[in-house]
Design a protein around this ligand. Structure first.
Ligand code: IPE
Ligand code: IPE
Ligand code: MG
Length: 240
């Protein structure tokens, strides 16, 4: 049973297995991504119902550009379709959408839809839904280092004064960006046991839950099971 008193504040998900799901069904990979968007929509709704404050999903990594142009284009088309068709629902549910990652490089129509959604939901006070898009953990840290370097060059900061808090604040999850705490729980579907460059700094003490379920088949029930697993863990943070 889920303990409502011990819900994670921030859940991060690596939505993996769309391609294998499509392959199992003899469908093109893009159909797997389409099914994945539907699964994602249900998880957004369910997060809100469970009272989770932040949900971050890995939608497209800095490494995913290595895929075929058809697949990459297909993924962004689906994203546009999702944000356009669901904007009203997101507003009605008081969801605030944020993006982690440099989305300036994504196709123009996807960028426009996304910006419209960011603007239309920015004052909402319910669930914060972060979409990691063209996101890479190493790229994020590199950008933070560049920004901190600029501040040093301008004489606003001394190297010895760089704290962990300052570094964290320059990440996409910092106060100038999504302004989100570290995730207590990371869920990865499809049986892969790795982080694939996801939230490298922020997951230092996150609990990791892996499931063999492919992302399009990840239901709210599976989601609750993963949270129950998290609730059964004993977090020590290096203490006794
Ligand atoms: C995850 O599913 C979605 C993205 C990376 C965009 P995959 O497309 O990686 O699915 P598999 O891993 O090939 O099954
Ligand atoms: C991670 O999945 C990225 C997303 C889910 C968006 P990948 O399928 O790209 O990761 P690898 O290649 O299996 O590590
Ligand atoms: Mg994959």
């Amino acid at each position: 049973m889920l303990n409502k008193e011990r819900m994670p504040v921030h859940v991060a998900i690596i939505m993996d297995g769309n391609g294998r799901w499509a392959k199992q069904k003899n469908l093109p990979r893009v159909m797997g991504h389409n099914a994945g968007m539907k699964a994602m929509k249900k998880i957004v709704d369910h997060s809100d119902k469970l009272g989770i404050k932040y949900l971050t999903v890995y939608a497209f990594s800095t490494e995913n550009w290595k895929r075929s142009l058809a697949e990459v284009t297909g993924i962004f088309k689906l994203l546009v379709a999702y944000v356009n068709s669901d904007l009203k629902g997101l507003i009605d549910n008081n969801v605030r959408v944020k993006v982690l990652g440099d989305y300036s490089q994504i196709p123009e129509d996807a960028k426009k839809s996304l910006e419209k959604t960011l603007e239309a939901t920015k004052d909402n006070t319910g669930l914060q839904f972060n979409i990691a898009l063209n996101y890479g953990g190493r790229d994020e840290i590199r950008r933070a280092v560049c920004a901190i370097g600029e501040e040093i060059k301008e004489g606003r900061l001394e190297p010895q004064d760089i704290t962990e808090e300052i570094i964290a604040d320059h990440l996409f999850t910092g106060s100038g960006g999504a302004d989100a705490p570290d995730p207590e729980l990371v869920i990865r579907t499809s049986g892969e046991l790795r982080l694939s460059n996801y939230l490298l700094w922020q997951t230092a003490y996150s609990e990791l839950v892996f499931t063999d379920v492919l992302w399009p088949e990840f239901t709210p029930e599976e989601y609750e099971k993963a949270i129950e697993e998290y609730q059964s863990r004993h977090r020590r943070f290096g203490g006794r």
